[in-house]
Design a protein around this ligand. Structure first.
Ligand code: GLU
Length: 476
């Protein structure tokens, strides 16, 4: 059975790159009826926080990347790492290192002046075999544990993305697997956990490719099978440097706040590196069905916020107005269009949304344009007001108001009739009447069809707003 994992370090928010890694793992698991495991790699206690753990989990849930096992936390597994470390020491595959940070720093500087490689010089490698370094009690307490890295030969990483990548073992350091304070380090815990959690495929960013030969040696020392590796190409910004905050929002939850739909972001993320013919928009089922590593590109993908926005607008159009009604609620509150207690007729709101969803690219835009449907009093756009609420339109607005007041049935077809007869009577174009009305009702010059708008705003508010516009003109 295929078992994969997403193993974020909670030293920051879930970002675009991390979310794509999570997504590829998720899709690979689902495509193969495998298991997807979430593991929080929080051994670096100085940089990991509970808040980041929470936001990573929140981000995964928002994107609906549901996992089958976990979230496991490495800080809950320190005993396990200690046991494995002791086993390696017993078997002569790891050793205690008594060198202090100051000594190491001094020797590193010497190595630089002598043109030697800047890696651990192996001083403590053979101490425990009875060689002659005297160790004080203090030093012994503060010992770190290093892994004995083979120093000759080569290590080949056979990567699903990169093919065979060869590393020279003499470039590999005797890395510290347990710090002097007893906390284990990444390259060691990742192997122990991938073994314990029976991971078959390690799918992660290619910033970890250089760590892989070290990890392979740890697998071998522990006597375990090596999983398959797939190192995904980096995501870059438009200037072809590694994607970072300089390129705009990179945190997944910021996209939630900006009113993106989770499925649109997932669709965008999957296309950062993966393709299926020319198809751009995929359902989750299609992604699961089609996903494979053969279709993941070998070169870095460039993050394009405009394309993400375009995809989001497609998802807005394709999402039912009923679903958008639920989704837009928090944004109506955020934009202070409603307060939390305010009752809103959901059926009416969904009708209003149906008129706007083709125009709004995000839920924030949708909430903002819904304002004139919902609030009591609209604000005029100054330019629109100057252009359309003036002497020329005053009499038309008065006439329309009177006609609408006595209209037996305030329906789209009845309103259409009134507009039509007024246009004919005054020999004007629809715009000459519709634009002043639009400004009077919505505050601006852009909106869905005027009859739909009036229908949703309703007779009472329509008359009130026409009245106000007439007064505004009279007071000018
Ligand atoms: N914790 C590592 C990171 O967040 C991932 C390690 C891995 O996937 O092997 O970069």
């Amino acid at each position: 059975m295929i078992r994969v994992r997403f193993a974020p370090s909670p030293t920051g928010h879930l970002h675009i790159g991390g979310a794509r890694t999570a997504l590829f793992n998720y899709l690979y698991a689902r495509h193969n009826n495998g298991r997807f495991i979430l593991r929080i790699e929080d051994t670096d206690r100085t940089r990991s926080t509970e808040e980041y753990i929470d936001t990573i989990i929140e981000g995964m849930k928002w994107l609906k990347l549901d996992w089958d096992e976990g979230p496991f936390r490495q800080t809950d597994r320190f005993d396990v790492y200690r046991d494995y470390t002791e086993r390696l020491i017993r078997e002569g595959k790891a050793y205690r290192c008594y060198c202090s940070p100051e000594e190491l720093e001094q020797r590193r500087k010497e190595a630089i002046t002598q043109g030697q490689p800047q890696k651990y010089d192996g001083r403590c490698r053979n101490v425990e075999k009875g060689q002659s370094i005297k160790v004080s009690e203090d030093q012994s307490k503060n010992a770190a544990v290093r892994f004995k890295m083979p120093q000759e030969g080569q290590t080949v990483v056979d990567d699903l993305m990169r093919g065979k990548v060869v590393f020279e073992n003499n470039q590999l350091d005797d890395l510290i697997i347990m710090r002097s304070d007893g906390t284990p380090t990444y390259n060691f815990t990742v192997v122990v956990d991938d073994v314990d959690m029976k991971i078959t495929h390690v799918i992660r960013g290619d910033d970890h490719l250089n760590n892989t030969p070290k990890q392979i040696h740890i697998y071998k020392a522990l006597g375990y099978d090596i999983p398959l590796f797939a190192h995904l190409p980096m995501i870059l910004g438009a200037d072809k440097t590694r994607l970072s905050k300089r390129h705009g929002a990179t945190s997944v939850m910021v996209y939630k706040e900006m009113g993106y739909l989770p499925d649109a972001l997932v669709n965008y993320l999957v296309r950062l590196g993966w393709s299926y013919g020319d198809q751009e928009v995929f359902t989750r089922e299609e992604l699961i069905k089609y996903f494979s590593f053969e279709n993941v590109g070998k070169s870095s993908a460039v993050f394009n916020p405009e394309k993400l926005l375009w995809l989001n607008s497609q998802y807005m159009i394709n999402t039912s107005s009923e679903d958008l009604t639920k989704m837009v609620m928090p944004f109506l509150i955020q934009e202070k269009i409603i307060n939390e207690e305010q009752p809103l007729d959901k059926v009416w709101l969904s009708k209003a949304i149906a008129t706007l969803k083709e125009r709004a690219k995000t839920l924030v835009e949708l909430a903002k344009t819904l304002r004139y449907y919902i609030v009591e009093d609209i604000e005029y756009n100054e330019k629109a007001k100057a252009k359309f609420l003036n002497e020329k339109s005053r009499d038309l607005l008065i006439e329309l108001k009177d006609a609408l007041t006595s209209l037996p049935d305030f329906s789209v077809s009845e309103m259409e009739k009134i507009f039509k007869s007024m246009i004919e009577k005054h020999n004007i174009k629809l715009g000459n009447l519709a634009q002043p009305v639009r400004v009077a009702i919505t505050g601006g010059t852009e909106s869905p069809g005027i009859f739909e708008v009036l229908d949703i705003v309703g007779r009472e508010k329509t008359l009130k707003r026409l009245d106000r516009a007439i007064r505004v003109i009279q007071n000018q």
